[in-house]
Ligand binder design. Sequence first.
Ligand SMILES: [Zn+2]
Length: 255
Amino acid sequence: MARMPGAVWRPVRNYTPHGRTEQRGLVLHVQAGNNSPYGWFDDEESEASSDFWVSKSGRIEQYVDTGNDRAWAQGAGNRAYASVETEGHPDEPLTPEQIEGVARIYAWGAGLWAWPLQVIDSTTERGLTFHGAGGAAWGGHPDCPGEIRKAQRGAILARAAELLGAPAQPTPPAVPSYPSWPGRYISLRSPYMRGDDVRQWQQRMRARGWSIDVDGIFGPQSAGVAHAFQSEKGLDTDSIIGPATWAAAWTAPLT
Ligand SMILES: [Zn+2]
């Protein structure tokens, strides 16, 4: 159960039980309207909801149990990110009270799930992103929340950092970290595993100087490179791309 202290708890019908499988951060939205969306989110016909809404006066409403359940705000992004709707229209900046409200939500998530104090324009990284970043897969809302509110994310995180008593990271992050492990173990199997994650790893290994085809298919050649790389770096030589082997592809020194 994850209900935010200080938010008004108003559970709605529209959500997927136990549908939140990751906690990467928060997605900023604009309501493109005024007044609480509670009725809309509680109406099954709308097929819409969000974790939170912040009014222009700073009132915070929470509609979905952010720790367990999946709100319906941003298509494929609902599984891994919480969502906050903000009252008003894209051509209106967030009010100071709204910045405070969203910052309080973010500080709460940072405390519970270590959301980093980082502005991102991404659908895979951890931090504070925005709805339009997800393109068609996130429902195709390129203008949500609009340029003005997008640009206020730094102010939101600066305030969240104050609330947490921690220094904010500069925006964009100073040191781009390596891409996060895709979440599945890549191994030699029949049929061969394939995908963008395989291709990304192959590209990285080729950039490191390994002789490897970048075809997105994990066949015997890729498994051989994985084994040799693991052996060189003192990793378990199982030829499987798990979190450690994935990370080492970006972080281990070139030899
Ligand atoms: Zn939106």
